[in-house]
Design a protein around this ligand. Sequence first.
Ligand SMILES: [Zn+2]
Length: 125
Amino acid sequence: MPDHVAPVVSPESASRRTRSILERKLLQLAAEESSLGVAVPEPGSQVQYGKRAGDHVAEAADRMARSRTAGELEKLEEEVRAALAKLAAGTYGSCEDCQGPVPAARLQALPWATRCVDCQSRLRR
Ligand SMILES: [Zn+2]
């Protein structure tokens, strides 16, 4: 077996560190998600609106608040996975939309950022 090792460049260790940060974030998100205890709502198991208003309204509101949080976690998880995929593809640090560089400061604050500030804010509009 040829012992050929590709020349090691410093970005390699940097991306390895980033990957471990992202993987840890994924684990943390998974833990948060399970601590929410929100099961995927099944059709037909919804709260009966209108039938005895009062308790049920509060319950429904609580449920909605919780599912929104779960949705946010899911979205974040997707972003972290996308960043990991970019890392594996060697495109980490470049914007998903304009292919421009994502500022290092942004990546430091948000390692799973896959878009530059401009594209991200355009996306949210
Ligand atoms: Zn961009």
